[in-house]
Design a protein around this ligand. Structure first.
Ligand SMILES: Cc1cc2nc3c(=O)[nH]c(=O)nc-3n(C[C@H](O)[C@H](O)[C@H](O)COP(=O)(O)OP(=O)(O)OC[C@H]3O[C@@H](n4cnc5c(N)ncnc54)[C@H](O)[C@@H]3O)c2cc1C
Ligand SMILES: *[C@@H]1O[C@H](CO)[C@@H](O)[C@H](O)[C@H]1NC(C)=O
Ligand SMILES: *[C@@H]1O[C@H](CO)[C@@H](O)[C@H](O)[C@H]1NC(C)=O
Length: 573
């Protein structure tokens, strides 16, 4: 059945939703040990990861005891969550696995204390974003910033600098709402091998630990600031993309929660006009974002099967038909905004807690990327640009697009470029200036070395973003190459490392895997390493010469080196 037909049947309610199946936990253990993965069942680094034990503490004191045990036994430790929604291999402890312990926050999620007088909430770090927001809203308050995705833990979101979109107030990143937290760190025998420290804003350690990738210790209680409850009013405006580069700044300044979705192959830009309105405004809408919406599993599988077929036939036109129908469908259903049960018209007005984040696939069926089904397989790049450089990036991408607009259809099947706004942060591993985050998602083959249609285009855009414009890679997304040289992009990076050494002098919470991300060193360049984004090619063997994919310069950014399908080329020695 074609994807379009399935979508139409779905739209008319002719296919019932399937049953809810909870996501697979990121860590699976048996008597021999644990397999450590993420919610996708695969990191961009394909080698498997093992750990010997896992513990599920329920209180701060139990976390302290777990860290004490690890210190005493000289084990490597990684903090994992019940969600595991990050793409890089951050939660893999060092080899050999016998000497490692996982501390999961999955069961550390019972306490959410709202303090309405001081407009604060203090929660256990394992609490999910949805539970946190629901509790805050019940008290008549709102959390201003959150990720668009609700299926993540509070600890995971702040540890990776995750964000929504805003240049107003404290900005769109969740860690900007943090006013204090407690942390368990290793200690000497006289202190019982581990201790709990409390770090509030103003403490010299605060800017290091808010965004710390799990490498400084275990974050326990997190206190966030809140505002009085409010609603939001959202209108998606579908436009041509002619003046995108001149407009994005104004849009971010005029609308508190603005974002932009740019579909280059369709010459379209969707501006999200999104502002807060008073709580007594009319409207009880929700944002059930299309990408995280629950759909019947056959829809996910049909979408994947269709794309696999187009890939194997090298059918770029077919990809464009798919992209155009996706964009049209999204316009029809307002990207998932619903005035009540369905979308009936703009603006859609609803409570902040219902508009800021979503994830109905978690509760009503399965999510499209669930590794147990043959559904969505993607790479997700997320590049955080200094705002002043984003205009030039758009113009470069437009130049590349204009050479062959169809080559961009593969992006627009997903979300094109999702453009969001993040304010300058004092956090050492946060953006040091007002920034624009651009996320783009593209097809991942089943096997790491399998070539993909137009992969040279995404590689050129990636290299343009990270190396020409020095965008910072989102710590929880991206392929490994994006992290090359990342240390040099943070003016206070060395301060972060100094704090890490002070809190965890033995490097108990660090591993070769998290070091690979944090220090952006890049692995050794093996055959085919560029095919899955493990390296930038410099020789043909880093691509896939057998499939006629050779290492070539970029078309617009000439310094880029990409794997391009070039059937007439001879392999250079
Ligand atoms: C569908 C989807 C949509 C997304 N949307 C957005 C978005 O809109 N904006 C955005 O910015 N990001 C987004 N992300 C990325 C997501 O926010 C991050 O991957 C986030 O880190 C996931 O949280 P988690 O609880 O799954 O953490 P994990 O992935 O399990 O862990 C992330 C890191 O945090 C560390 N960590 C976790 N808890 C603790 C703790 N208590 N103490 C110390 N270290 C800890 C871990 O060791 C690891 O290094 C999205 C991801 C997905 C899958
Ligand atoms: C871990 O992975 C190995 C290799 O794929 C597999 O044989 C084993 O069954 C897995 N263990 C668990 C508990 O899932
Ligand atoms: C971090 O870097 C910024 C930009 O260079 C600087 O202004 C700021 O003072 C630094 N923070 C600290 C604590 O040194």
């Amino acid at each position: 059945m074609s994807l379009l037909l399935l979508l139409l049947l779905l739209l008319h309610g002719l296919i019932p939703l399937t049953q809810a199946v909870p996501p697979r936990p990121p860590v699976l253990c048996d008597s021999l040990g644990c397999n450590v993965s993420n919610a996708y069942g695969r990191w961009t680094d394909p080698t498997p990861c093992r750990a010997s034990t896992i513990v599920y503490p329920r209180t701060e004191e139990e976390i302290r005891q777990a860290v004490a045990t690890a210190t005493r036994k000289n084990l490597k430790v990684k903090v994992v969550t019940g969600y595991g929604h990050s793409i890089p291999k951050l939660t893999c402890p060092a080899s050999p696995p016998e000497n490692s312990m996982l501390i999961s926050t999955a069961a550390y999620s019972s306490s959410i204390e709202v303090d309405p007088h001081n407009l604060r909430v203090t929660a256990d770090s394992g609490v999910g974003i949805r539970d946190l927001i629901d509790r805050v809203e019940e008290a008549g308050l709102s959390l201003v910033a959150s990720t668009y995705w609700e299926g993540a833990s509070l600890g995971g979101v702040i540890s990776t600098g995750s964000h929504g979109s805003s240049w107003w107030g404290e900005g769109g990143a969740v860690h900007e709402q943090v006013v204090g937290l407690s942390l368990v760190i290793p200690a000497g025998p006289s202190e019982g091998y581990a201790r709990i420290i409390r770090i509030d804003g103003g403490d010299p350690l605060f800017d290091a630990v808010r965004v710390s990738l799990g490498v400084v210790g275990v974050i326990c209680k997190v206190t966030l600031s809140l505002e009085l409850g409010f609603k939001r009013s959202i209108t998606n405006s579908f436009n041509d993309d002619a003046h995108l580069e001149d407009k994005f700044m104004d849009i971010a300044q005029i609308y508190e929660f603005a974002d932009i979705i740019w579909y280059p192959s369709q010459y379209q830009a969707v501006y999200r006009y999104d502002n807060r309105v008073p709580l007594d405004s009319l409207g009880d809408g929700i944002n059930d974002f299309i990408g995280f919406q629950s759909m019947p599993v056959p829809v996910y599988m049909a979408a994947r099967a269709t794309e696999e077929e187009l890939e194997s036939e090298r059918d770029v036109r077919g990809k464009c038909v798919m992209a155009a129908s996706q964009v049209a469908y999204k316009e029809l259903v307002a990207n998932g905004l619903k005035n009540n049960v369905i979308f009936t018209g703009y603006p859609v007005v609803g409570r902040q807690g219902r508009m800021q984040t979503s994830g109905s696939c978690l509760h009503l069926s399965m999510c499209p990327w669930d590794p147990r089904i043959k559904g969505l397989r993607i790479y997700e790049a997320s590049a955080v640009f200094p705002a002043s450089k984003f205009r030039d990036f758009i113009q470069d991408v437009k130049m590349l697009r204009d050479l062959k607009p169809r080559n961009f259809c593969g992006l627009d099947i997903y979300t094109g470029f999702l453009i969001r706004f993040i304010k300058a942060s004092q956090a050492y591993l946060g953006p040091s200036e007002d920034s624009v985050a651009a996320d783009f998602t593209f097809y991942q083959a089943d096997k790491p070395l399998m070539p993909r249609l137009n992969q040279d285009v995404w590689e050129e855009v990636e290299q343009m973003a990270f190396f020409k414009y020095r965008a910072k890679p989102h710590w929880a997304k991206n392929r490994n190459l994006a992290f090359l040289g990342v240390e040099d992009k943070y003016p206070n990076f060395s301060k972060f490392i100094a704090v890490k050494q002070q809190l965890d002098p033995q490097g108990m919470f660090s591993s070769e895997w998290s070091d690979e991300i944090l220090f952006g060193k890049g692995a050794s360049k093996g055959d085919g390493c560029a095919m899955a984004g493990q390296c930038i090619c410099s020789e043909d063997r880093h691509c896939s010469p057998g499939d006629q994919y050779f290492c070539k310069p970029g078309l617009v950014y000439k310094e880029a080196r990409v794997c391009r399908y070039s059937p007439s080329s001879m392999s250079s020695p």
